[in-house]
Write a protein that binds this ligand. Structure first.
Ligand SMILES: Cc1cc2nc3c(=O)[nH]c(=O)nc-3n(C[C@H](O)[C@H](O)[C@H](O)COP(=O)(O)OP(=O)(O)OC[C@H]3O[C@@H](n4cnc5c(N)ncnc54)[C@H](O)[C@@H]3O)c2cc1C
Length: 284
């Protein structure tokens, strides 16, 4: 039995590793030509970490991420509202990790290449369609960069892990339409800055309309004593508000959102400072 997986994101790579672990051959087909460590921070909750630990990846997660120990809520004036323990400190058997999304993907990719072999992790293979055959499925691919055919592959099953704008889902469920926007816009960044609170705290400040979330994603300070602080500035717009389609890699404009957070200078966290001092995410 061979499983074809369309999409080499966090879902597709984790699935490939889990299938390999139970002895089911799998092959990943990723649309882009090179998987680069894109994105900013991601919080991996204990139930997801459990799966990654089962895959033998705990040491790699520990080397690259921060074990989140607390989630704390604050008002827009930085006054405490509520805090609660997370991960092991909250009694789970598995920690919660704050980690760079690109680093997590790279950990999964390295493990997938080591265990399944590079020949089973194919890039420049964009799924364009499939047909059911007597024995399973035949999937067709193109190289999206050139538009040229990249071959057809047979398998027993095809699993779509092609992300939020899944073309497979669209074909299977055309009546669903595109994902429905909930009106939330998130500006994101990673800024070298001082540790705050416990040093392993994830904070949410503000309210329903305007919110700032941040947490450290590096355990050890850089030469200047700073940690990588991941942040999300979030604004809830009316659902009818016209906005560009989301893009994890598009550079944001400060004047589009910084003014709303200008006064959010707490004695324990400088929100406008974090936003202003964020270096550009120079993706290769
Ligand atoms: C570039 C990028 C940056 C992100 N950054 C963050 C972040 O900083 N923080 C955060 O919390 N979440 C981030 N996310 C979202 C988060 O990774 C995903 O929502 C979550 O991990 C779900 O993973 P997934 O595997 O379902 O989808 P994704 O991680 O979106 O992966 C889907 C993969 O499928 C590939 N693909 C798409 N269409 C096809 C096709 N037809 N054939 C073959 N392959 C295809 C895509 O290139 C992509 O690699 C990011 C996602 C992306 C793509």
């Amino acid at each position: 039995m061979t499983i074809l997986i369309a999409g080499g994101g966090i879902g597709g790579l984790t699935l490939a590793l889990s299938l390999h672990q139970i002895g089911v051959p799998a092959r990943v087909f990723e649309s882009v030509s090179e998987l680069k460590p894109l994105g900013v921070g991601i919080n991996v909750l204990p139930h997801a970490v459990r799966e990654l630990i089962e895959l033998g990846l705990l040491d790699r997660l520990d080397a690259a991420g921060v074990r989140t120990r607390e989630l704390a809520y604050f008002s827009k004036h930085g006054k405490p509202i509520w805090s609660e323990a997370r991960g092991l400190e909250a009694g789970y058997k598995w920690p919660q990790f704050s980690i760079h999304r690109g680093t997590l993907q790279q950990i999964l990719l390295d493990a997938a290449v080591e265990r399944l072999g590079r020949e089973n992790i194919l890039t420049s293979h964009h799924l364009t369609g499939w047909t059911e055959t007597a024995g399973g499925v035949r999937a067709e691919f193109i190289d999206k960069a050139t538009g040229k055919p990249a071959g057809a592959y047979e398998g027993d099953l095809l699993i779509a892990a092609d992300g939020i704008h899944s073309a497979v889902r669209e074909k299977l469920y055309p009546q669903e339409g595109p994902p429905i926007w909930n009106g939330r816009i998130l500006w994101r960044g990673v800024t070298p800055d001082n540790a705050f609170l416990t040093g392993r705290t994830m904070i949410m400040a503000g309210h329903e309309i305007l919110k700032f979330v941040c947490y450290p994603i590096s355990k050890t300070p850089d030469a200047g004593g700073k940690y990588q602080i991941n942040w999300v500035a979030e604004r809830h717009m009316p659902p009818t508000y016209q906005w560009r389609r989301e893009d994890y890699n598009r550079t944001a404009k400060l004047d589009e959102f910084l003014p709303w957070f200008r006064d959010w200078k707490f004695d324990w966290l400088d929100v406008p400072g974090l936003i202003e001092n964020c270096p550009p995410l120079n993706y290769p």
